[in-house]
Design a protein around this ligand. Structure first.
Ligand code: HEM
Length: 119
């Protein structure tokens, strides 16, 4: 596989669109939407996009905290984590991302579970 996951997700433009759709899905997902009632959607979209860009082999643009520091004390449940993964898969499909890339993204996100759930 020669192209980075960043390239295969459509680079900065592609990932910015996926991240925007992801945040919109979270805001509309009744099992997690209450978590984001006080969030600024544009800030959240920027955080999600830059995190993905940096984490998939793109430029080093993420300026937020690491996942453990971000989610510490939020008492996030396993089912809320699953809801986020469901939305991630949906956002990838909405943007016609191939199955191979869908699998890679889900695998990477799943790997962050220990830094997010009940921390
Ligand atoms: C692998 C799964 C997850 C990843 C990669 C992830 C990633 C992120 C990122 C990048 C940020 C922004 C940090 C920043 O800009 O400093 C963030 C914030 C946040 N995340 Fe997650 N997250 C995940 C799972 C979850 C889950 C399951 C929940 C609960 C439903 C959640 C709730 C939040 C909340 C409430 C914020 C703060 C929003 C704000 O500041 O307005 N996250 N997350």
């Amino acid at each position: 596989m020669s192209d980075s996951l960043y390239e295969r997700l459509g680079g900065t433009d592609g990932i910015t669109k996926i991240a925007s759709d992801l945040v919109d899905l979270h805001m509309a997902n009744s099992s997690i939407a209450p978590r984001f009632t006080n969030s600024d959607p544009d800030k959240l979209k920027n955080g999600a996009a830059t995190f993905f860009i940096s984490g998939t082999g793109g430029p080093d643009v993420y300026q937020g905290k690491d996942m453990l520091a971000t989610h510490k004390g939020m008492n996030i449940s396993a089912s809320e984590f699953m809801a986020v993964l469901d939305d991630a898969l949906e956002a990838l499909k909405m943007n016609n991302i191939g199955q191979r890339e869908q699998e890679e993204v889900l695998f990477v996100l799943y790997g962050m579970r220990a830094d997010v759930v009940l921390v």
